[in-house]
Design a protein around this ligand. Structure first.
Ligand code: 5RP
Length: 268
């Protein structure tokens, strides 16, 4: 692997081989998502616990401090919205010059396998890999399902991850599933990162799926709403960091969550 690619990947995936990415890219199709109305404010208290930020160029330029920033994974696909015809009808939104100008450590792009836009979004991925590999910039493929969340089962996810890796993604982000998640990871020749998905009812549910996914071979998470839509985002971020980087189990994560939450309420 060339020095530039290796160096960028090492900014994202830490020495222990694990990573905690914080996505704040939701506005690119959802608009001002709850909890993310002011992305710069949202991330202030939690950023220290994360390894990288996943966002669009618009939010990067207008909301994120350039000096002392965490590594950036730039969201470079889009062109659809929640109120439009089909979330899968995405295009590449950002040129390679812009990716370099913004000093992105990686880029992220969605693929919608099994949708009417399968070929188009896979072609977007392939073209992006062609451009980014020339400059040593890793591409993270996001195996997206749009509104069809029932698609989140192992056979489908394994298919998506493998195809994304075959087309050249250096990292693949996919959903966790309760059955056979290990098969999803084993069938993918590049590291797999777990997506967050819609907000869970309890923090314990989040710790459970992240812990299980890590035990089954994922290298980390790209998880947003379950952190910054929580009433206790710092406690969530600290607890998840402990599962990812400190081998904490579910109980230990829950203890960290409770301790942080209680400390905060006492100091009010
Ligand atoms: C949207 C994305 C987001 O990064 C992804 O949804 C992760 O965020 P969350 O944990 O809130 O689901 O790729 O397509």
């Amino acid at each position: 692997m060339d020095w530039g690619m290796k160096n960028r990947l090492s900014q994202l995936i830490k020495e222990d081989g694990k990573c905690f990415f914080m996505p704040i890219d939701h506005g690119y199709f959802q608009g001002p998502t709850t909890g993310l109305e002011k992305p710069g404010e949202t991330i202030k208290p939690i950023i220290e616990y994360c390894d990288a930020l996943f966002c669009t160029r618009g939010v990067l330029r207008s909301c994120i401090e350039a000096v002392g920033s965490k590594p950036i994974i730039l969201r470079v696909s889009g062109g659809t919205s929640m109120v439009g015809k089909d979330l899968a009808d995405e295009a590449l939104t950002t040129s390679i010059e812009e990716i370099i100008r913004l000093n992105a450590s990686a880029v992220g792009i969605s693929v919608f396998i099994g949708s009417a836009y399968e070929k188009q979004t896979l072609n977007n991925l392939a073209q992006l890999v062609n451009q980014c590999e020339n400059y040593g910039i890793p591409v993270m493929a996001v195996t997206a399902v749009g509104k069809e969340i029932e698609k989140r089962e192992a056979r489908y996810l394994a298919l998506c991850c493998r195809i994304a890796a075959e087309l050249g993604a250096r990292v693949v982000k996919t959903y966790w599933c309760d059955k056979d998640f290990d098969k999803v990871v084993k069938g993918c020749p590049v590291p797999v990162v777990i997506a967050g998905g819609p907000k869970c009812e309890t923090e314990k549910q989040v710790f459970e799926f992240v812990y299980d996914g890590m035990q089954k071979g994922a290298i980390g998470v790209n998880l947003g709403r379950n952190v910054w839509q929580s009433p206790h985002p710092v406690a969530m971020a600290k607890a998840l960091r402990a599962i990812i980087h400190e081998d904490a189990d579910i109980k230990e994560a829950q203890d960290i969550f409770n301790e942080t939450k209680n400390k905060k309420s006492k100091s009010k």
